[in-house]
Design a protein around this ligand. Sequence first.
Ligand code: BGC
Length: 347
Amino acid sequence: MNLIQEKFAELDGQTITTFTMINDQGMEVSTIDYGCTITRIVVPDRNGTLENVVLGFDTIEEYQQHSPYFGAVVGRHAGRIANAEFTLEGTTYHLAKNNNGNHLHGGIKGLDKVIWNTEVVEEKDSLTLVFTYLSKDGEEGYPGNLKMKISYTLNNDNELQISYEGVSDQKTVVNVTNHSYFNLSGNLKRDVLNHKLTLKSNRFLELDEELIPTGEILPVENTSFDFLSGRKIMEGTDTNDSQNIIAGNGYDHPFLLTDNHNKEIYLFDDESGRGLIIETNQPAVVLYTGNQLADDFSIRGINSRKYLGLCLETQGLPDSLNHPHFPSAILEKDQGYYSVTKYIFTN
Ligand code: BGC
């Protein structure tokens, strides 16, 4: 295992560093301490060719100007919160409004836009980057001083594990995830429409026109949302299903997982032979197929466009505070938040 540290940029008088973990098989994961953002994941295809499989940039300016959360940690609360408000114990909290009057992915300056402290832990068969950050009481409207610790571990079996820990000195809400856009073709050779996805999920959340959950939990049966036996992404971009159309011709939906820590999410690109298995302890995964990706910038020389990458955001349910029948995102004072997701790359 090998670790390379190099300067990425200067921001507000602080240095942003790139940390590249390289395992004995040649797999590389590069992360910057700005937003715990994964900038590159290099993995082999079926012939052993090492190529990058996530959307990312090489400059801080591009992240600031164009990035729809490429590779970043999003929170304190991932996804949308309707009208940017929620009530806890009789107090209504007003959050930053950054999406049509709603709150999205932690607000205007969420966890994706702050610089984290970093420590490196080296072990015989793994490397871990430990990121810490104190989100102060009232930040983006959230109650409680929240201490976050996020660990990225790469091992020699081409597995990347991300764990999220948090503790707050007041009752609050927490629901964080990583917002990597995957494209297994390698160096963005193709879009993701031919990627095949398998999900152990038989229910998903209905969304309204603003992409906020209506509260209805729908069965996947006989719809383009049935990924139980595997389905190509294009089957949901090219359909008359009103839920796919609402999302901008594709998916932007939370799926409830029926299984944890057991190959519950599997993405496969037949042409390259690359696969990605995702295992988590979280109740849901949001599948977002890059329907809103703008096309007025380039990503390492490739024109950005719709469907160039897809996100598999393992997390609790968006807007759960406004839907009491959803699993809760409430974190009690002095109790630990713990979320873990493993990404296993195959070829
Ligand atoms: C959301 C999309 C949004 C994208 C980029 C996704 O997680 O679900 O609706 O466009 O992030 O902001």
